[in-house]
Design a protein around this ligand. Sequence first.
Ligand SMILES: Nc1ncnc2c1ncn2[C@@H]1O[C@H](COP(=O)(O)OP(=O)(O)O)[C@@H](O)[C@H]1O
Ligand SMILES: CC(C)(COP(=O)(O)O)[C@@H](O)C(=O)NCCC(=O)O
Ligand SMILES: [K+]
Length: 258
Amino acid sequence: MTFLAIDVGNSRLKWALYAAARPGAALLAHGVEFLDHIERLADGQWADLPAPTHMLGCVVAGDAVKRRVAEQMDLWDVPARWVVPSAEEAGVVNGYDHPSRLGADRWVAMIGARHHLLAQGPARPLVLAMVGTAVTVEALDAEGRFLGGLILPGHGIMLRALETGTAGLHVPTGEVRPFPTNTSDALTSGGTYAIAGAVERLYQHLRQHCGQEPLCLMTGGAGWKMAPSMARPFELVENLIFDGLLEIGARRFAPAAA
Ligand SMILES: Nc1ncnc2c1ncn2[C@@H]1O[C@H](COP(=O)(O)OP(=O)(O)O)[C@@H](O)[C@H]1O
Ligand SMILES: CC(C)(COP(=O)(O)O)[C@@H](O)C(=O)NCCC(=O)O
Ligand SMILES: [K+]
């Protein structure tokens, strides 16, 4: 049995092939492709892979992109299955007003994060920051209920918004500084601390609400850029979305009990 996990964000497709659909399964191969280059997968990164027996993915990039990925999967005889956020899955309860309108990537990452937390010790509240094209910050209580979260622009979108909305902000990327003294550093630091500040605020809301110190996790392609600038320590976990897909896959594709 092999399990292909796919995470399609607004910038890049990330994929990983595992030896089985269960947490801790051996990673056989993995890769990343920008959305513009999805058509290269079947003849490129995927050409020499052993055929997966099961696939599960999450996609927030729209139906056209979903179809383009499914086309590449024609290489194999495995159906494309995409996670749709529900009211409850794998021990996480969805507090969104309309559970299915929550981003599938947010839902799957929360499931991965919740199991990461439970593997570390006793249940406690959880703040999860995911830094990709956009930034999302989620709050879960100690029982695994998703209370709600924030969406804000990622670094790239913030910078492009400022560039197009002003006359004087066309400058190279700068450094994050406590007291920026040039335009490049002021922009880079402003974006970084906007994210760090929003995350800190949700952390405070959650600590206040639960009366308990939350665990802080961070994931996403740009997480490594944010980690040093957070108001408090965040554990950077490489890909919580794959961990979440393994948790969900284990429940969906488990061999029927004998
Ligand atoms: N090697 C890289 N190539 C592209 N983007 C990268 C790279 N390393 C970090 N990033 C950052 O990660 C972000 C994309 O992260 P990712 O999690 O793939 O986003 P999404 O899930 O929205 O597609 C980019 O906005 C960029 O800031
Ligand atoms: C917020 C997002 C755009 C994040 O996308 P990403 O940065 O991972 O590409 C995505 O999760 C999404 O489209 N969400 C649907 C709306 C919601 O979660 O409320
Ligand atoms: K994502």
